[in-house]
Design a protein around this ligand. Structure first.
Ligand code: 26W
Length: 803
């Protein structure tokens, strides 16, 4: 029997029904009478997964047959979320699935909701990787995503008395239907040991080895015309690590210890969105991902070629931030130590293969490893980095204070990544400019063509079609099909922006989404919301630079004003917050607690209840975003200018018809250009002004003293208005506000207040608001991740689409 003979028949309801029952019986081992929701979900997932296999095979075969260049996207994070509905939509099966389930009295939404999120990422960088995987499959870019199969993804968040509590996440507890285990694709990854010299060659003798085992998930593009692979590595102890004799003599724990240590490499995702305190386990995880992936890439290349000097014609490796930046030294090591390359030739090949995306300028987020740790974990790589450093210093000629890959006792991973890549990109126009000017000015002078900008994007399949079915239907009814893969077609909505009938229909989709979100919030958290209110949302990781503090301080000011004049015709508002703080980030956790404390007081104030609510549903993630974003009227993108590399939540909101209140930061600038400045609520200092203001002594105190509303807010907090049982609870935050305020909350407060006033006025005129919202949707085509991926393909990877 040939593979083609096994092709599945057309996915008719009859066949799909058969397939579902077949999997329920033979894969899950249940009959319909005894099947639980979980059982149905597994059977359904397998029935859908079956349909992914043929496009997957076909794409893989074509890539081999046509000997195509492939891109390898190396990332420590893939924030995927759920896959069931995503696959159903991309394979064109959603309607059939709904119909068949209906025949059993089952709801698709209900079953889909049972799937745990694959939360193998922290925030923006991880979600971007997931959008890019989906877009690479949709535009037909032959690609592999490489990551780690964390047993525990990002922690789950609860609140106790308003405080964040973290508990372990356990997405694999019930097993996942999506992955195909590939025991034959396993690699040894070495750690520690020494480097010996043997007839002029350096030989690394690692102290220990851990096995990397591949788990593959098919990634199907929209329309099912192309599929790629997400390959996640699981750490497996080598069999000899388990000491059976010791176990048999009763020392159970001791016998298992080396095994446990090996497994820890893929045990848990580091929950920090910025700093990583030089932890040995983190460096080991990064090397584990990188080494297994590079070995796999070379194995695949050598299966069809023998000349490694031509590697750059067939292989592009993209490093998602510096986390896999050891890829340069690793590739050089393999070429020199195992394939007979000279050092310079190896560097040349590696550099032409590698690309590096920078995602942040925050100094605390720039990875540096001490030389001691490097020597301990990766002694051979340290030698290679030292040689690269020497060459890099030579390249700078007589420059007095040369930039170093190794500065003092630290290896600078950003400089290393730059030096071993042929392209370095920022993720928005402003960010790329700052990467050039502030982060890598010397590198840029030496290699003026290396830095490029690729503005981030989001996949419209998940973030519009899947998340917002009502708006999607209206769009298709209005401009026809095809916008899902050609998002610029949304421009066709512009001509309807002034049409009262269309405005009304558009308004109904927003209202339905609000009811959907409110219904979920009531069921899940017992919180009732007024759906006639303006939904004003800030959802993202907690960080001082993102200024959730500015938002909650303004909320207090707003509350105080309503109380002073309850009959002034205020627009009812629901302030929605969502997001996690890194477990050790105390200031961020204080801000979470303040938001919850303010909610307690405001939501229970009978004078203001109908006009203002503050809600903070715990455990924000991809699945909550899919429910919340379509329901939002106002999107808070209020970072201190120059600090948010791009943002991608900003794009998701605008694409779903929320208006943005935001600073001139990251991709906000480009969103505002696209949607038109009259359809965007701008406020705040520019990046240049931020730098100047910070240099002013006592700028915080001066700004507070200029603003009566802000003084009133800070005084209420200081008096314990929101912490009546503990007046001084927010002493730390208040001290920060008065005496340092690095993120210029005080300096931007009045401008933000004025912009919120504009929001209020605009919302009172529903037609005007609706028009602005429609124009936002119509003009967001540029931010499709398909556009971003096509730019990576032409500007960095030099790969032509296979479709
Ligand atoms: C080493 C610890 C660590 C972990 C994560 C350092 C740095 C990070 C990331 C760079 C943080 C991150 O997610 N950055 C975000 O990337 C998004 C995608 O490009 C951007 O949209 C966000 O603006 C940026 O903050």
């Amino acid at each position: 029997i040939r593979s083609d003979d096994l092709s599945l028949p057309e996915p008719t309801p009859e066949h799909f029904r058969w397939s579902l029952l077949h999997h329920l019986q033979y894969t899950v081992g249940k009959s319909p009478e005894h099947a639980s929701k979980f059982d149905w979900r597994m059977a359904l997932s397998h029935a859908i997964r079956d349909r992914a296999v043929n496009p997957w095979f076909a794409s893989t075969r074509r890539t081999w047959a046509e000997d195509r260049k492939r891109v390898y996207y190396l990332s420590m994070e893939f924030l995927i979320g759920r896959l069931l509905e995503d696959l159903a939509i991309n394979l064109g099966l959603r309607d059939v699935v709904v119909e068949v389930l209906d025949g059993f009295g089952l709801s698709f939404a209900d079953i889909a909701e049972d799937e745990p999120d694959a939360a193998l990422g922290n925030g923006g960088l991880g979600r971007l990787a997931a959008c890019y995987l989906e877009s690479m499959a949709t535009v037909g870019c032959p690609a592999y995503g490489y990551g780690l199969r964390y047993e525990h993804g990002l922690f789950e968040q609860r609140f106790e008395h308003g405080r964040q509590i973290e508990t372990p996440e356990n997405w694999l507890a019930e097993g996942t239907p999506w992955d195909f285990t590939r025991p034959e694709s396993a690699y040894q990854v070495g750690f520690g040991g020494e480097v010996a010299e043997e007839d002029g060659h350096q030989l690394w003798r690692p102290r220990s080895r851990v096995l990397a085992a591949a788990h593959d998930t098919p990634v199907v593009g929209y329309g099912g015309r192309w599929a790629n692979t997400l390959r996640l590595w699981a750490a497996m102890p080598n069999a000899d690590l388990f000491d059976l004799a010791r176990f048999n003599s009763g020392e159970f724990a001791a016998a298992s210890e080396p095994e446990a240590l090996a497994r820890s490499l893929s045990r848990v995702l580091y929950p920090n969105d910025t700093t990583e305190g030089g932890k040995e386990l983190r460096l080991s995880q990064e090397y584990f991902l990188t080494s297994a992936s590079v070995q796999d890439i070379l194995r695949r290349y050598l299966a069809a070629h023998d000349d490694l000097t031509r590697l750059p014609e067939y292989v592009a490796i993209q490093m998602n931030d510096t986390h896999p930046a050891i890829a340069g030294p690793e590739l050089i090591r393999l070429l020199v130590d195992e394939h007979g390359f000279g050092f310079d030739a190896a560097v040349d090949v590696a550099t032409r293969v590698l690309g590096y995306t920078n995602h942040t300028l925050l100094p605390e987020a720039l990875e540096r490893w001490t030389v001691d740790l490097m020597r301990k974990v990766l002694p051979r790589h340290l030698q290679i980095i030292e040689r690269l450093d020497t060459q890099f210093v030579e390249l700078q000629g007589s420059r007095p204070d040369p930039v170093r890959l190794i500065g003092g006792d630290q290896v600078n991973m950003g400089d290393l990544a730059f030096a071993t890549s042929h392209r370095v990109n920022g993720v928005s126009a402003l960010h790329s400019e700052l990467v050039r000017k502030d982060l890598f000015p010397v590198h840029d002078e030496l290699h003026p063509d290396r830095i490029v900008n690729i503005t981030n994007g989001i996949t419209p399949r998940r973030w519009l079609r899947l998340a917002n079915p009502h708006l999607s239907r209206l769009i298709t009814d209005t401009i026809g099909e095809g916008w899902e893969t050609d998002l610029e077609r949304l421009r066709g909505l512009e001509q309807h922006a002034d049409d009262p009938a269309f405005q009304a229909a558009f308004g109904r989709t927003k209202h339905l989404a609000k009811e959907g979100f409110a219904g979920w919030l009531a069921d899940e958290h017992g919180i009732e919301l007024p759906t006639n209110a303006l939904f004003d949302a800030q959802v993202k990781r907690l960080h001082e630079y993102k200024r959730q503090l500015l938002n909650i301080l303004w909320t207090i000011a707003h509350w105080q004003r309503i109380k002073r004049d309850p009959g002034a015709g205020w627009v009812p508002r629901v302030k929605i917050f969502g997001g996690k703080a890194a477990p050790s980030y105390h200031t961020a956790k204080d801000i979470i607690r303040l938001i919850n404390d303010v909610g307690q007081v405001v939501n229970n104030d009978p004078e203001t209840r109908d006009l203002l609510r503050v809600v903070y549903p715990p455990n924000y993630g991809v699945s909550m975003a899919e429910k919340l974003i379509p329901a939002a009227d106002l999107s808070e993108q209020i970072s201190t200018a120059g600090m948010e590399a791009s943002g991608t939540g900003n794009m998701k909101f605008a694409l779903n018809g929320a208006l943005t209140i935001g600073t001139l930061d990251g991709a906000n600038i480009e969103i505002r250009e696209q949607v038109g400045p009259e359809n965007f609520f701008l406020f705040g200092l520019t990046a240049d002004e931020v730098a100047a203001r910070r240099a002013e002594p006592d700028h915080a105190r001066a700004a507070i003293e200029r603003s009566q509303p802000l003084q009133d807010v800070l005084q209420a907090i200081a008096e314990g208005t929101f912490s009546p049982d503990e007046t001084h609870r927010y002493g730390g935050l208040l001290d920060l506000m008065w005496n340092s305020d690095w993120f210029l909350v005080a300096s931007d407060f009045d401008a933000y207040d004025a912009a919120q006033g504009e929001v209020e006025r605009a919302y009172r005129d529903p037609q005007h608001w609706q028009r602005m919202a429609i124009l936002n949707v119509a003009r967001m085509g540029y931010f499709s991740s398909d556009r971003s991926i096509r730019e990576y393909m032409s500007e960095i990877w030099d790969i032509a689409p296979a479709l």
